[in-house]
Design a protein around this ligand. Structure first.
Ligand SMILES: Cc1cc2nc3c(=O)[nH]c(=O)nc-3n(C[C@H](O)[C@H](O)[C@H](O)COP(=O)(O)OP(=O)(O)OC[C@H]3O[C@@H](n4cnc5c(N)ncnc54)[C@H](O)[C@@H]3O)c2cc1C
Length: 537
């Protein structure tokens, strides 16, 4: 009887709270993206005829390609030096021989989101919008909850309420019981978020805010599993920024797209073609090892090749940049002006950690799973974090599957513990976990016809607690006395919410803008995610 009374009271309170939340939310406003205009709008749109300026960009990932596009369109002579044999960085595609055929195999499956404003602008300019299609809903499986299909539909805040109403696991009470967390989400403020939460993990933040366990496990924790970072130590500030970018800023924020072709054909190839048409020199298999400086003005002027440049952008991944600075330090006395500048760079860059190693395992099977989503996120099944059915995603694999009735599955294996696991042991290690997610692979005796393993170490930035104070911005080298050097990449701090691929292309554009400002050429505007959450009232 007493239990019944409690539950009646709880239900009534929930309904009242729900109504209040609903009414409150109805008069909240999503925040549209913000334009960052050029700071030099009256400067010339291009370098004047007869003026030649050379730029070296180290690295050939998205940050580099973004900077190269803006600079080459404005008359700069750009050289890209990429260590790998192909362009693209973590979006690269390589040809792999399996089953007597050549397959375009990417670094890993990626998704593009609504708030990827710089990327969308680039896509349009490259004429590649047609290579993308909508990925409407995200499917999740959990160990302790029913599977969820999560998508945002309708105007704010009905889109958020809809997620709860459609959920087979969540009730309004779960959200209401998490109401202490709402101010940080709905009144998200990028300008103060790192001050408040850079040194506390998302898990601890959730405990502090008494976030309901189901609400946390289904709505919030899954985001942690795609960061490639250790979940227990990733900063709450970074993750709340993800939520603003991918969920809260606008009702469409969780809208995502995938490509219909491999990333080389869909993105990197067309981009490379435009850069080459603009005269960009692209050198692959070309590692930048160290920098050389003009000791009188502190400018970086060349690399170990001794070719001279007016400007340099370091758009390598974090570990590449750390290596370049370490090697360069050996060339200069610590007491020299350049030595002091390099120590200044190290004071931040040298202290930034890297995320754990990860593997991407792609397997060709003789049979197809049925009634399974093309992409499945598996946040509770570490090291298996995501499974993508490539025969449902890309033409090349679909053609083979149609002919053979086979399938091609990609397993994302993040925070991989063992060092030096031989490729032929990976399937054996993940099998028990895969069996829980896709039992039919085993019960229906699928035969694995071939596999390919991509293994990466020190290739992804860490966003763990207590590191934000070391995260430099694009123009940090200038503060260290190096005027013509800038950084670009997904590991940097930006003055607006950004992350992953969008942070790379945005910082690439900012690095180009730094050079444009120095050379009196009008900067390129940026469109960025709003720094403020939608609010309640
Ligand atoms: C498994 C996985 C899944 C992901 N999924 C998504 C997703 O769904 N959505 C999303 O937005 N992002 C995703 N990302 C993140 C995204 O891939 C990166 O944020 C982005 O590609 C980074 O681009 P970048 O140019 O900053 O760095 P990179 O792509 O790492 O490019 C840096 C380049 O520098 C080169 N280099 C290093 N050292 C040197 C040197 N000394 N000289 C010359 N070249 C050098 C490297 O070879 C590399 O090509 C994912 C990443 C991974 C690993």
């Amino acid at each position: 009887m007493e239990g019944h009374l409690h539950s009646t009271v709880a239900t009534s309170i929930s309904i009242i709270y729900g109504c209040l939340l609903f009414v409150g939310c109805c008069i909240a406003f999503p925040k549209p993206p913000v334009d960052i205009p050029p700071v030099n709008p009256s400067d010339a749109p291009k370098l004047p005829a007869g003026v030649s300026r050379t730029v070296l960009i180290a690295g050939g990932g998205l940050a580099s390609l973004s900077a190269a596009l803006e600079l080459s369109e404005r008359g700069f002579n750009v050289t890209i030096c990429e260590k790998d044999l192909v362009l693209g960085g973590r979006l690269h595609t390589k040809n792999i021989e399996r089953l007597n055929q050549t397959w375009p195999v990417e670094h890993a499956f990626h998704a593009w989101f609504y708030n990827y404003h710089q990327f969308k602008d680039i896509r349009k300019r490259l004429g590649i919008d047609g290579n993308f299609r909508e990925w409407k809903a995200v499917d999740y499986v959990f160990r302790n909850y029913l599977p969820e299909e999560i998508y945002s539909e309708g105007p704010f805040p009905l889109n958020l309420l809809g997620i709860i109403f459609r959920s087979p696991n969540l009730k309004m009470t779960n959200a209401i019981e998490s109401s202490l967390s709402l101010p940080d989400l709905l009144y998200y403020n990028y300008d103060t978020i790192f001050e408040k939460y850079a040194n506390i993990s998302l898990d601890d933040w959730a405990k502090e805010k008494h976030v309901d366990e189901a609400f946390y496990s289904i709505i919030m924790r899954p985001a942690l599993s795609v960061t490639l970072n250790e979940r227990h130590t990733i900063s709450a500030a970074e993750m709340l920024t993800y939520m603003q970018m991918y969920f809260l800023s606008e009702p469409q924020a969780d809208g995502r797209e995938v490509t219909t072709k491999n990333y080389q054909d869909a993105v990197i190839g067309p981009w490379k073609k435009v850069l080459q048409e603009n005269g960009v020199r692209i050198e692959t298999n070309s590692t930048v090892k160290s920098l050389y400086f003009n000791s009188s003005n502190g400018k970086v002027i060349s690399t170990e090749t001794k070719e001279m440049f007016d400007h340099v952008i370091l758009a390598t991944n974090l570990v590449g940049l750390q290596r370049i600075i370490n090697t360069t330090q050996k060339n200069y006395s610590p007491d020299s002006k350049i030595g002091v500048s390099l120590q200044c760079l190290q004071s931040k860059v040298g202290k930034l950690p890297l995320a754990p190693r990860y593997k991407i395992f792609r397997a060709w099977f003789d049979k197809q799973p049925h009634n399974r989503p093309d992409i499945l996120e598996t946040p509770d099944y570490t090291p298996v974090n995501l499974i993508a059915q490539y025969h449902l995603l890309e033409e090349h694999f679909a053609m083979w599957a149609n002919k053979t009735n086979g399938s091609v599955l990609e397993f994302h294996l993040y925070t991989w513990k063992e060092k030096d696991t031989p490729d032929d042991k990976v399937w054996e290690i993940i099998q028990p976990t895969v069996k829980m997610i896709y039992p039919e692979i085993f019960s229906e005796n699928f035969t694995m016809l071939a596999y390919h393993v991509n293994s990466f170490e020190d290739n992804f930035p860490s966003f763990k607690i207590n590191t934000e104070q070391f995260r430099p911005n694009v123009t940090f080298p200038n503060r260290c006395g190096i005027p013509n050097l800038s950084f670009a990449g997904d590991w940097l701090h930006t003055s607006y919410p950004s992350s992953l691929m969008e942070r790379s292309v945005s910082t690439g554009r900012q690095a180009a803008n730094h050079i444009l400002l120095m050379e009196h050429v009008r900067q390129v505007p940026l469109l960025v995610t709003n720094s403020h959450g939608p609010g309640l009232l």
